[in-house]
Design a protein around this ligand. Sequence first.
Ligand code: HEC
Ligand code: HEC
Length: 277
Amino acid sequence: MKRAMIAAAALLAAPAFAGEPDDGQTLEVEGEKFVIQATAPDHMENVDTVYSGWIFRTTETQDLQLDDFDNPSFIFVDQAEDLWNAVDGSEGKACADCHDDVADFAGLKTSLPRVENGELVTMTNLVNECRTERMGAEAWKYSGGQMSAMTALIAHQSRGMAMNVPIDGDAAPFWEAGKEIYYTRVGQLDMACSNCHEDNYSNMIRADHLSQGQTNGFPLYRLKNAKINTTHGRFKGCMSNIRATPYKEGSPEFKALELYVASRGQGLSVETPAVRN
Ligand code: HEC
Ligand code: HEC
């Protein structure tokens, strides 16, 4: 495995942590075994194995994900179930009026974002399309509370299923654009996503233990802000941390990046709603 040290090496220290990638940990939630490490897909030239971010968390944080009763995400997932049944908009409809059961969305998270009519479409876009086109309701804010909860509820229906997003055909140009962003250094610290999440995963950065920056657990609960966080929200935070001007949530750049990053998690189980620090 090729793992170059980076310019900002001073920020990083050798690993000294409980959760190391190769110690044979297993993740089982509600009697279901999850794939938390998998052979990297062929398109990943510099990495042999992909790892769930769960592995890199402290035991205390990991434990919160083991039992749905302890997992604080479920407060929000429950709120989304109420939203699912709530009538909204000029057509007087609730999600539940047209979609029999939210469980019918099993598998959707594993294959998103996807291309429709030449555009890259995220789960958030799909939900808002129903709201604006089919319910006559206002779009929800891209990473707002209602949308984060609803996308967590929908993605949760795929829990335990393997990430498997299509990246060829129509999706290829978007995937290439996302890859380009992933490897481009930006911001005052002049760093790319890859410098942390590919070159230095499992190293410490200040007080935090770097993972591969996978998205199989999203939307997920963060202890830091005590709410559900979206992938685009997380991308934004990482860009701000390297003092770059982040792209906007829902922007074409972040959607392409979401596709590319999802493809780096090929084979990992969906953990939604995961818990992170
Ligand atoms: C008036 C009927 C109607 C309402 C109300 C409605 N939808 Fe839809 N929804 C559809 C139709 C039709 C489709 C496209 C066909 C399909 O995939 O089922 C769709 C597609 C979707 C998809 C994409 C499914 C896929 O597999 O591609 C999601 C996710 C979704 N809706 C979520 C919601 C949510 C969440 C709400 C409530 C906020 C909602 N919908 C309200 C009719 C509706
Ligand atoms: C300076 C280092 C650094 C850079 C550069 C960076 N991140 Fe992160 N990122 C972190 C840290 C620290 C965390 C929290 C610990 C962890 O999971 O790695 C994190 C977490 C994440 C997570 C959450 C993983 C999980 O399992 O919860 C994702 C996704 C992510 N980053 C994506 C990105 C993307 C995409 C980029 C490029 C736009 C990027 N990061 C750039 C440091 C960085």
